[in-house]
Design a protein around this ligand. Structure first.
Ligand code: ADP
Ligand code: TRP
Length: 464
């Protein structure tokens, strides 16, 4: 299959189950996504609002969202270079309000029958019979998903086969909208379904690997848990002793080793296994070691992320900003197209600042200290500058200039008083003298600077 390049991709994962991913999710979904992200503009979203159709327990949802965020980020970080990772736009659906706004608008161009024919709803209807047991959120699940995709004008949506119909519904809705409003507001997306990706069977060797069936191999559990999962994996039921000749076909340990083991070593082990020269336990030990090596970088990233919530918040904040900037462009067009924008409109979407945020740790590099002004005098030959001699708790007082005489401040406003000073700046020449720091000011009325008083605080104290 041809790998697309230079397209805009969007995909999402719902925080269902317990929010964690297993090697089936990795091989069947995340791995392809990581490959695609290397040569395409990619948006990856934690579809937390979609989780609400089934999870209505607050702490369960919180747990699942946090777990999924950590699992996905750890895989991305573990299998991508820093530059590749920085290019991905990873965000939470609920962090971008326009998803629900868009959904509620496109509801109006969607024929009821289109949703009634959706598999997810039809399957549910067959199982639970009663229509009253199904919430409207599940029924309109494809609408929220369509909004997710259309908001970002995605070219391609990498998903599993089961999601194909949702992308078709999305195309239909986009087409209806564009036709009704006679404007190509939405791009019609295409599904990208890597054909060669087979469903990964579970450790029972019978059914699709799935959390709900308890037949998974985890990636981020403790070594003990993963070892147990590996040791419990289905091999060859006809083989009673290590010396019996064994079968490779349908033997899940070898199936997994084909993905995660060293091909030369795996080929040798297969030969030995068929001849009854290696035990199940030895092969399983090798699978365990291979998994630990394969996911080593990702497991390390997981631990780092888990112990540093600020790092995760920073990644999500940056993702939110970048997602917002596209979502706002689309929704501005949508609002203009449908006619809610009139001469009386005053609504404006929040403007993302810069696409970047800094952490409080980074901000903490600014050293702020309480300083007492020992002496304040006008700088000779200047109309603006006041020279402050400030005790900031060091051996010698510092000379710090402030250029505020133009705002009506005089030296008496400072003399003998305490303020906050930034004390880790490089000295800066003010006319012919050095300023060894800055006084902290905030905007007051008419942007006249106001000085933040530190009266009564210990001189030299730093802000922690
Ligand atoms: P499920 O399909 O079991 O409900 P999810 O919806 O959480 O699991 O799966 C997220 C992604 O992982 C989907 O794209 C899905 O196709 C893929 N996936 C899940 N289980 C497997 C598996 N056993 N083999 C291959 N891919 C899988
Ligand atoms: N419905 C998708 C699933 O169950 C998850 C999802 C939500 C999604 N929004 C999306 C996938 C947008 C692709 C694009 O797997």
């Amino acid at each position: 299959m041809n790998m697309p390049t230079n397209k805009r991709l969007l995909s999402g994962i719902t925080p269902s189950g317990d929010g964690s991913l297993h090697i089936g999710n990795y091989l069947g979904a995340v791995r392809q996504f990581i490959e695609l992200a290397k040569s395409n503009e990619t948006y990856l979203m934690v579809a937390d609002l979609h989780g609400l159709t089934t999870i209505q327990d607050k702490s369960q949802l919180q747990h699942n969202i946090e777990t999924l965020v950590l699992n996905e980020l750890a895989l991305l970080k573990g299998f991508m270079t820093v530059e590749q990772f920085d290019r991905i736009i990873f965000f939470r659906q609920s962090d971008v309000l326009m998803h629900t706004e868009c959904q509620s608008i496109i509801n109006n161009v969607t024929p009821l029958g289109l949703l009634k024919r959706a598999h997810a709803y039809k399957d549910k209807l067959q199982k639970e019979v009663e229509e009253d047991d199904i919430n409207v959120g599940l029924f309109s699940y494809p609408m929220l998903m369509a909004a997710d995709i259309l908001l970002y004008q995605a070219d391609l949506v990498p998903v599993g086969k089961d999601q194909k119909q949702h992308i078709e519904i999305t195309r239909d809705i986009a087409g209806h909208f564009n036709k009704i409003y006679k404007k190509n507001v939405f791009k019609l997306p295409e599904a990208f379904i890597p054909e060669e990706v087979a469903v990964v069977l579970g450790t029972d060797g019978q059914r699709k690997m799935s959390k709900s069936l308890g037949n998974v191999i985890s990636m981020f559990e403790s070594e003990d848990v993963i070892r147990k999962q590996v040791m419990g994996t289905f091999t060859d039921p006809t083989r009673k002793h290590a010396t019996d000749p064994g079968h490779i076909e349908g033997n899940m340990v070898f199936t997994y080793l084909d993905f995660f083991g060293d091909p030369v070593k795996v080929a040798a082990l297969k030969g030995q296994y068929k001849e009854g020269k290696v035990s199940d336990v030895e092969v399983k030990e090798y699978l365990f070691d291979s998994l630990m090596a394969y996911f080593g970088a990702a497991r390390k990233a997981y631990d780092e992320l888990k112990s540093n919530p600020q790092l995760v918040r920073d990644i999500l904040a940056r993702g939110q900003e970048r997602a917002l900037s596209i979502a706002i462009q689309t929704m501005t067009q949508v609002r203009n197209a449908i006619g809610v924008t009139t001469q009386y409109s005053f609504f404006d979407y929040p403007k993302p600042a810069s696409g970047k945020t800094i952490s409080i740790d980074e901000f903490a590099r600014v050293e702020l200290r309480v300083g007492k002004v020992l002496e304040a005098t006008n700088k000779e030959g200047s109309e603006k500058l006041i020279r402050l001699v400030v005790d900031v708790g060091e051996e010698k007082p510092r000379t710090i200039f402030t250029g505020v005489r133009g705002f009506g401040y005089t030296s008496e406003d400072f003399s003998g008083k305490q303020f906050f000073f930034i004390t880790n700046l490089a000295p800066r020449k003010m006319m012919n003298e050095e300023s060894q720091g800055m006084i902290l000011a905030v905007d007051g009325a008419d942007t006249k600077p106001q000085f933040v008083s530190a009266e009564g605080m210990p001189v030299g104290a730093k802000i922690r």
